[in-house]
Design a protein around this ligand. Structure first.
Ligand code: SAM
Length: 273
């Protein structure tokens, strides 16, 4: 029988920075704090740094890993810890809505939702976040390790230098709760930047006010596309100054000063028009 072990060098193009600091791993496990019945789904389990402690505690979980060299050693090592459902695929091709629906258990409010966890490949963090948002009703929460600078952008409010498209898009659909920062030395190889763990909790469908997701995405993209422009100019392709004024937004203002709710109101008015 072939024995598999994690002997492959880390692959930069897959954003592989493996966690080895026990205290950081423990803090992530505590932050996730799985409860009986939770459907845990880890994105990018790598060599199992977070997977195995979670599996020890929870007994079973799903993982999504793209690197074929890691799949067999993961499956083998996991046997000592619990039941691992391994999906060998690019996470961007995984339909979280279907994954949640495949779970035979039902919750009081519909299909059993997923709890996503991951020390994400940093080169893909924005596409993964937006992919998850597309499936937000299937997700009950996400605990992600990201670049600290990305977490700061996600959580920023109007007036902050780092408030932008990512802040508005995420905050319209989720609450964003930064948890703790992690230094480069916690990983092998060490990344060049500091990292942070953040929790995202999708808002219930009844609370989401965005009427037309496509229109909202377009308004936010154009508004922050050229930060130096006034909104009258930045949004000239989607609306005129009168539409801005009726949404309560001064046409001479810049996007970095406008609260999330105003973008939602404007895009809803444009969707209705
Ligand atoms: N969870 C491990 C840890 O904390 O040590 C590994 C984290 S490492 C930063 C990112 C992981 O995501 C790697 O295992 C990498 O192979 C995997 N990965 C990269 N791109 C992926 C993709 N498109 N879909 C799924 N996994 C991916």
């Amino acid at each position: 029988m072939t024995s598999h072990s994690f002997t492959e060098p880390a692959k930069k193009h897959l954003g592989q920075n493996f966690l080895h600091d026990r205290s950081v791993i423990d803090k992530i496990v505590q932050a996730v704090n799985p409860k009986p019945g939770d459907h845990l789904v880890e994105i990018g389990p790598g060599q199992g740094a977070i997977t195995f402690p979670l599996l020890e505690r929870h007994g079973e979980m799903t993982v999504i890993e793209f690197d074929r060299d890691l799949v067999a050693p993961l499956a083998e090592a996991a046997r000592a810890h619990g039941i691992l459902k391994l999906i060998h695929r690019d996470v961007l091709q995984v339909d979280f809505t279907t994954l949640a629906a495949e779970d035979a258990r039902e919750s009081a409010d519909g299909p059993h939702r997923l709890r996503l966890v991951g020390n994400l490949p940093y080169n893909l963090s924005s596409p993964i976040l937006f992919h998850a948002l597309d499936h937000a009703p299937a997700i009950s929460d996400m605990t992600f390790m990201l670049q600290k600078e990305v977490v700061e952008r996600m959580a920023a409010g109007p007036g902050s230098k780092v408030y932008g498209r990512l802040s508005v898009m995420l905050q319209a659909y989720c609450s964003v709760i930064p948890l703790f920062t992690v230094p480069p030395g916690a990983f092998r190889p060490a990344p060049k930047v500091d990292s942070a763990v953040v929790r995202l909790v999708p808002r219930p469908a009844s609370e989401i006010e965005v009427v037309d997701r496509g229109m909202f995405a377009r308004v936010v993209r154009d508004a922050f596309g050229q930060r130096r422009k006034t909104l009258r100019n930045a949004l000239s392709k989607v609306c005129d100054a009168a539409a801005l004024e009726s949404a309560g937004i001064p046409p001479g203002a810049r996007a970095e000063r406008i609260p999330v709710g105003d973008f939602v109101r404007l895009s809803n008015a444009l969707a209705d028009a």
